[in-house]
Design a protein around this ligand. Structure first.
Ligand SMILES: [Zn+2]
Ligand SMILES: [Zn+2]
Length: 143
């Protein structure tokens, strides 16, 4: 029995085919939007519609199986919650998402607490800017 199936069963849900297909897709790729997920699964699974993808993602999010992330694009991206906690930096040119680890963030939260007394219990940040390869092509474009 897969981890996903165990989790669903424990909460009284069945592992339907669409839940399995979407779960497997999320295992293979990170930071997918609902539309991207739909594009990936529709070929082999024509019975899965975009609304099913949204509903399934909502359920998995509610169950704590997937994390929902907002990179300021006007829609959410999803990744499995089993991934190690990390934060994101997103390139505004090409959309690449780079991950950085939790320790840096904890250090920052600690500094904020020291300076202001504010105790953080939840944080999620996304850095916005340009990735290394977009910076390189910007520089070569100037030459
Ligand atoms: Zn880039
Ligand atoms: Zn991520």
């Amino acid at each position: 029995m897969s981890e996903l199936e165990q989790l669903l069963r424990g909460r009284g849900y069945r592992l339907t085919n669409q839940r399995r297909v979407i779960g497997r897709e999320l295992e293979g790729a990170r930071h997918l939007s609902a539309e991207e997920l739909y594009e990936r699964v529709r070929g082999a699974n024509p019975e899965i519609g975009l609304s099913t993808v949204y509903r399934t993602l909502d359920l998995l999010h509610e169950l704590g199986v997937v994390r929902k992330e907002d990179f300021g694009e006007g829609y959410s991206r999803y990744e499995l919650a089993t991934e190690r906690v990390h934060h994101h930096a997103r390139c505004r040119e090409c959309g690449a998402v780079i991950e950085f680890n939790e320790e840096l963030m904890e250090y920052l939260a600690l500094q904020v607490e020291r300076e202001t007394g504010f105790v953080t219990d939840w944080h999620e940040i996304t850095l916005h800017g340009r990735c290394a390869s977009c910076q390189r092509s910007a520089i070569s474009g100037q030459l």
